[in-house]
Design a protein around this ligand. Structure first.
Ligand SMILES: [Zn+2]
Length: 226
């Protein structure tokens, strides 16, 4: 993230103004304690990321692709009760999870580059769950590797809570970038994409590589187009 200029208004909800020197699309989303929402679309460059303002858990913004919407995918998201209990999550944590999903799914580095847009609706087509390793192992036939999974071409996505909160060292990504990777990777499966290998030393790790298990000679990456 570079060249970010922002001004924070003194009235609530917090609004932020970005200034980028080039390119098109991307916009700003912000969140209040009650809900995450898109406040305005602006014309700025496709740089992805989330900025935490620090004052409150939900006062976050992200850049949001406004690419031509060729295919709109709706989803709904939930956090499993055992995860809420284990991590002592509050309602605001659930809203923040929603907000992050919205940001990662619509990131200019994400599948928007293939013309997809993602919208959270009450009965959205894809169900994204934040689940425990035990739940995921049972649903997806894994055994203890703390993986996430999604049904190829399907509508069910399980994000591993342990990875969501702690990341994966082998990915060489920091936590926020790892989260972006895991959401993009699993959505890739929903879009029918299968695993690939690292193409070679020094290449950016493809998003459909299993970063959680290590990226080999590839370099860390969160852009679905590499
Ligand atoms: Zn996978």
């Amino acid at each position: 993230m570079a060249n970010v200029a922002m001004a924070v208004s003194e009235i609530m909800p917090i609004s932020l103004i970005f200034s980028f020197p080039e390119k098109k699309y991307a916009a700003i989303a912000t969140a209040t304690p009650s809900r995450a929402y898109l406040i305005r679309r602006v014309t700025i460059s496709p740089i992805s990321g989330i900025i935490d303002l620090g004052a409150g858990a939900l006062e976050s913004i992200c850049l949001y692709s406004t690419n031509e919407e060729i295919m709109r995918i709706t989803y709904h998201a939930s956090i499993d009760p055992d995860v809420i209990k284990t991590y002592k999550l509050r309602n605001t944590d659930e809203r923040q999870f929603d907000f992050y999903l919205m940001c990662y799914l619509n990131s200019p580095d994400g599948w928007s580059q293939d013309g997809y847009s993602f919208e959270q609706t009450e009965h959205g087509h894809v169900h994204i769950r934040l689940s425990s390793t035990a739940t995921i192992d049972k649903a997806c036939g894994f055994s203890g590797q703390k993986l996430s999974c999604a049904i190829l071409g399907g509508t069910k996505m399980y994000l591993n809570a342990e990875r969501w909160f702690h990341g994966a060292k082998a990915s060489k990504l920091d936590l926020e970038n790892y989260r972006q990777y895991m959401v993009s990777h699993e959505m890739g499966h929903i879009l029918g994409k299968e695993h690939v290998k690292c193409p070679g030393k020094g290449s950016k790790a493809p998003i459909m590589l299993q970063h959680t298990l290590g990226i080999g000679e590839c370099i860390p990456n969160t852009d679905v187009k590499g």
